[in-house]
Design a binder for this molecule. Structure first.
Ligand code: ADP
Length: 159
């Protein structure tokens, strides 16, 4: 059984994340979307909200499940029995950060691999921070995030 962990902060989940998750669901038997409790920054949505938005957005994918985690991502990968972690690689701008993250995780836990997937072209420049900014400025988000995220942003007073 081929299992993969897709970790992130998902603050909030976007069609870019979903594009990666959908591709992964065709490549792997099981995809675990790992919602990190630690964000390293002030998040817009709390862990419960981020988790629930991921769950609603992935409900149509039977081999995808969502789990929240605390602590090191490599430890979580071991706990769920995933030999590999998935990350999205957008433009060149992601490369430096993702490479240093992958090498650091490799140092922490040599047996866990990092696998990169490239999203479809239309999602190449989509990020959660961009979505939060568009919401703040009252822009239309329907091409960027699922309906549940638009509703959640509205109830936060954004969008
Ligand atoms: P983190 O804060 O850990 O980077 P994110 O939730 O922002 O978490 O992203 C998780 C992963 O998804 C990262 O590898 C990121 O590069 C990737 N990702 C985010 N947006 C997109 C997108 N539009 N297309 C492809 N990958 C993406």
């Amino acid at each position: 059984m081929h299992k993969v962990l897709y970790p992130g902060t998902f603050d909030p989940i976007t069609f870019g994340h979903l594009n990666i998750i959908e591709k992964a669901s065709k490549l792997y038997d099981e995809v675990i979307v790992g919602v990190a409790s630690y964000t390293g920054k002030q998040s817009l949505f709390n862990l419960e909200e981020r988790h629930s938005l991921c769950e609603i957005s992935c409900a149509h994918l039977p081999n995808v499940r969502v789990e929240s985690f605390e602590g090191l991502v490599v430890e979580f990968a071991k706990r769920v029995g995933a030999p590999a972690m998935l990350r999205g690689m957008r433009a060149v701008s992601d490369f430096e950060y993702e490479l240093s993250l992958a090498l650091t995780n490799k140092k922490l836990c040599p047996e866990i691999e990092t696998v990169f997937l490239v999203p479809s072209l239309k999602y190449m420049y989509l990020s959660s921070s961009m979505v939060r900014q568009i919401a703040d400025l009252g822009g239309d988000l329907k091409d960027f995030v699922p309906a549940c995220v638009i509703e959640a942003l509205k109830s936060k007073g954004a969008s």
